[in-house]
Design a protein. Structure first.
Length: 578
């Protein structure tokens, strides 16, 4: 397609924002956001940037409806002006509020055994000569930069408040071990890894990020870092890795800290959120969620292997799923034809599978959203992630194409109303509360879009540590997928108190089959797509029904009865009452 330069101020500014977010040299007025490599997460970042730089109210839905630059510029010309106050630094009083998500997590963490489900473990092997001083200094600097990593949570006058420890009193909590020359070094490494992932955090005392540096041989170390979710999320991991790489490189060369100072901190965001998540904007969002979730089912009952415990148990297991290049390409093409993303297509299939397994046609699935919809907070470590409830209606035998449309509409509407914290949505809907399961939904779908690079430390080879995953499950089922090297890969984290691994592997087999069938024929109705393998069909239809038995079929029943009475005259034939 011939490049045509943007025209006018709006198109020109829009093209600059697109180029920056998509990482491309230039953007023409006929370019399509998704053809240039845009996806759901980048779409949300783009809208954030457009709202703040151009001060108009545009939504992710506008972008999906008008993905070509000149068309979107036309929509913006008639958009309502929209200005939310900036996040600014607040006075560091002794009592700083928690953000809504932190507050929910703080309350959950007061219950026995729940806090451990919110540990975020990270580990890797380091090969080569590690400059220990530069490394420790880099970790110290990250904690100094981000106040949230120096925060603790106390209970004062009936409510939780956050306190920030001054930099000079705070250090990165690092325990060091030397396993050189030990006979059982590998076994000890496994023990330390498990110990590290499971050791509890004290939210009132801190620290809420800690590490272990284990020296295995002269030129091999293992680093384990664990954070509590109340100060950290998936996006934060990208920031942490990028900053650790940059700082270690600089300190190893004997230079100072090259990172720009942070203009605002997490506590400023929490105060800002408390201040503006009220009023008219929130009222509009509240109305949407009330309408959307009215009368939603209390529980999604996917056939399990064990009865649900009276109190939710967070022990979990994991089963892996990898979709080959051919199926992945087919799913991308299906998404493109419907003007949606891979995420929306996979969500539709997951909803269809859950409906088939449960026999329920009203299915609510939780999806995490980065919730970084302000440029001021893009570079902050902290717990920003919000959860959106997506409700799919599978009644009336929808076709594959209709379900894809519905999922797209639901996701875009939810993203448009994502400023309302999940905690507030739960308060608003007032679902039946139970200690046995989570409110509103019990199944999640997380589409991981890699943000932030791989850890790169000069002079060292790094390998992510397998098995650093401490297996917990916050929900009955969480499907996590991402695209790497042309394949969709990931798996399902499941509640071990409900499911056996073999059952989950079977369900993943159904999921793969369903995706293949959706790609093959989008005009079919969801409930007619086969999900059983040939072997399972044979088992259900033929082997379990193979009940033929030889008996003298030429005789009448009374004659067979007489023969039996002659054979066993003293046995009881019939009992009535007592």
């Amino acid at each position: 397609e011939v490049y045509e330069a943007p025209q006018g101020e709006v198109e020109t500014r829009l093209a600059q924002i697109w180029a920056e977010i998509l990482g491309v040299e230039r953007v023409g007025r006929n370019d399509n956001f998704f053809s240039l490599g845009g996806h759901s997460l980048l779409a949300v970042r783009l809208i954030t940037r457009m709202q703040q730089m151009l001060e108009v109210e545009v939504t992710v839905r506008d972008l999906f409806a008008h993905p070509v630059l000149s068309d979107l510029a036309g929509v913006m010309a008639s958009a309502v002006s929209f200005v939310l106050p900036s996040i600014t630094s607040v006075e560091r009083t002794s009592r700083l509020p928690l953000s809504f998500s932190q507050q929910r997590l703080w309350f959950l963490s007061q219950m026995e055994g729940v806090s451990e489900a919110y540990h975020i473990p990270y580990g890797f092997r380091v090969q080569g000569t590690l400059n220990r001083a530069a490394f420790v200094r880099a970790l110290e600097r990250i904690v100094a930069r981000h106040e949230v990593l120096r925060s603790t949570f106390a209970f004062v006058d009936g409510e939780p408040v956050q306190k920030i420890t001054p930099v000079e009193e705070n250090h990165f909590y690092l325990v060091e071990h030397d396993l050189r020359g030990k006979l059982d070094a590998e076994a000890e490494l496994v023990r330390l890894t498990e110990l590290e992932a499971e050791a509890s955090f004290d939210l009132a005392q801190g620290p809420l990020i800690r590490g272990r540096l284990i020296r295995v041989t002269e030129d091999e170390h293992v680093l384990l870092i664990t954070m509590h979710h109340i100060v950290f999320d998936g996006w934060s991991m990208g920031i942490f890795i990028d900053e650790l790489s940059t700082l270690y490189s600089a300190f190893r060369r004997g230079e100072g800290d090259p990172l720009p100072a942070l203009a605002v901190q997490y506590a400023d965001y929490a105060a800002w959120q408390r201040q503006w998540v009220t009023g008219e904007l929130l009222q509009r969002q509240a109305e949407y969620w009330k309408r959307e979730l009215a009368g939603a089912p209390v529980l999604l009952e996917v056939p399990a292997d064990h009865a649900r415990p009276a109190e939710q148990d967070f022990a979990g297991g994991f089963a892996q799923l990898v979709l080959d290049e051919h199926l992945t390409a087919g799913l991308k093409e299906l998404s493109r034809r419907h003007g949606g993303t891979l995420f929306m297509t996979l969500l539709s299939a997951w909803g269809a599978l859950l409906a088939r397994l449960s026999g329920q046609q009203d299915v609510v699935i939780g999806i995490p959203t980065a919730n970084r919809n302000r440029t001021e907070i893009e570079g902050l470590i902290g717990f920003f992630v919000n959860t959106l409830a997506i409700r799919l209606d599978l009644s009336g035998s929808p076709r594959v194409s209709q379900l894809l449309e519905q999922a797209k509409t639901k996701v875009l509407s939810a993203q448009q109303h994502q400023s309302m914290p999940f905690e507030q949505v739960v308060e608003l809907i007032q679902p039946v509360r139970s200690l046995a399961h989570t409110p509103l939904f019990q199944v999640m779908f997380a589409w991981q879009q890699a943000e932030g690079g791989e850890l790169e430390l000069p002079g060292l080879e790094l390998h992510p540590l397998q098995g650093a995953q401490h297996r917990v499950s916050k929900f009955d089922l969480t499907l996590s997928l991402q695209e790497t090297d042309g394949r969709i890969a990931g798996g399902v984290e499941y509640a071990a108190s409900l499911f056996e691994r073999t059952t989950i592997e079977r369900y993943l087999g159904y999921f793969r089959m369903l995706l293949e069938e959706m790609v093959t024929d989008e005009t079919r109705t969801i409930d007619t797509l086969p999900i059983l393998t040939a072997a399972e069909r044979d088992l259900v239809l033929y082997r379990w029904n193979d009940t033929t038995t030889d008996y003298p079929s030429e005789k009448c029943v009374h004659a067979l009865f007489e023969q039996q009475a002659e054979r066993t005259p003293d046995s009881v034939a019939v009992v009535f009452e007592n």
